[in-house]
Design a protein around this ligand. Structure first.
Ligand code: SF4
Ligand code: F3S
Ligand code: FES
Length: 248
């Protein structure tokens, strides 16, 4: 059965904007993105919203619903009471382009700052056979759809624009951890995670893990192990040497 859903949607641009109230039809089985599309089709043809797959796989439709970073296409209307006001706002940590669309280029800048996979220079094709356990160790991190919800929610940049320069954010610290776990990577990830990418800013609040739509345990499986390894290397040269000589 359809009903009239109550929506409060942020409308505006980089200079100014406001929350506006709408009543929009919602039907059984729909997600928030369906209702936003109906709003666009029936009342606000110029409403800007970014989306692509409508299947939780492209990471485009990230926004905030009732103040919580979420994918619009994976948030069921049935999560809310029919008379509840559903507030939809753009990602708070990134500059507004228009309405629900933000400029997420901070994330691309941070991605480029992480040096790519670096195998030993003299490694020939076929010299090394990957072990299944090495593949599995970082398998979880490769589920990332780059929705940037974790980047948006982390308090290190959410309320502190000035930290963006020196903090890569959970998604890219996780990328560093993934590369660091690779048995053939010889780049100095541990020192750089601290000195170049701001690992020390993370005080393991785990908000990133809570909002990840892929259920990746960013904090427990990437950030904390990375912090432990960075500490080993920085404070215990014997442990560091051992790890380098007898790589895990
Ligand atoms: Fe999104 Fe999770 Fe990837 Fe962060 S780690 S960008 S929340 S899928
Ligand atoms: Fe931020 Fe996640 Fe660390 S939310 S503080 S990166 S645990
Ligand atoms: Fe692709 Fe939502 S539209 S993740």
């Amino acid at each position: 059965m359809g009903y009239e859903a109550r929506f409060r949607v942020w409308r505006g641009d980089a200079d100014s904007g406001e929350l506006r109230d709408f009543t929009v039809e919602a039907n059984e089985g729909e997600v928030v993105l369906d209702v936003i599309h109906r709003l666009q089709a029936t009342q606000c043809s110029d409403l800007a919203v970014r989306w692509n797959c409508k299947a939780g796989k492209c990471g485009s439709c990230s926004a905030e619903i009732n103040g919580r970073p979420r994918l619009l296409c994976m948030t069921r209307m049935s999560t809310f009471a029919e008379d509840e006001v559903i507030t939809v706002t753009p990602l708070r940590a990134f500059p507004i382009v228009r309405d629900l669309v933000t400029d997420v280029s901070y994330n691309y800048t941070k991605a480029r700052e992480v040096p790519s996979f670096t195998p030993p220079a003299d490694l020939e094709p076929g010299d090394y056979r990957m072990q299944q356990r090495d593949v599995q160790r970082s398998q979880e991190f490769r589920k990332c759809i780059e929705c940037f919800l974790c980047q948006d929610t982390c308090h290190v940049v959410r309320d502190h624009e000035e930290n963006k320069e020196s903090f890569a954010g959970p998604r890219y610290l996780m990328r560093i951890a993934e590369l660091e776990m690779h048995p053939l990577d010889v780049a100095d990830r541990r020192d750089e995670a601290v000195t170049e990418h701001g690992l020390g800013y993370c005080n393991i609040t785990k908000c990133c893990t809570e909002v990840c739509p892929e259920g990746i345990k960013i904090t427990d499986n990437a950030l904390i192990p990375m912090k432990e390894r960075a500490a080993d290397k920085r404070y215990d040269p014997i442990v560091w040497l051992g790890n380098k000589l007898f790589r895990r």
